[in-house]
Ligand binder design. Structure first.
Ligand SMILES: [Zn+2]
Length: 73
């Protein structure tokens, strides 16, 4: 299956980081993709990306290793 090229979003060092169904985070360390607005709290394998579903709070460890992209065109 061929996926369409991802449209990446510039992440601000200051945040707050976007948390909407249209945006997901990609961890460059473990390669996991974490939706920014999951139904339940989610995190990537290495813990660099943590999304708290209740508060829509996105916590990023090493920002340089994280990319955000649009999940829909
Ligand atoms: Zn990770």
């Amino acid at each position: 299956m061929k996926s369409t090229p991802r449209r990446y979003i510039e992440l601000s060092q200051l945040g707050p980081y976007p948390a909407t169904p249209q945006i997901a985070y990609e961890c460059g360390t473990c390669g996991d993709v974490v939706p920014s607005a999951p139904p339940e709290s989610a995190a990537c394998q290495c813990g660099n990306i943590i999304v708290d579903a209740a508060s829509s709070c996105v916590t990023l460890g090493e920002l340089a290793a994280v990319k955000a992209f649009y999940t829909q065109p």
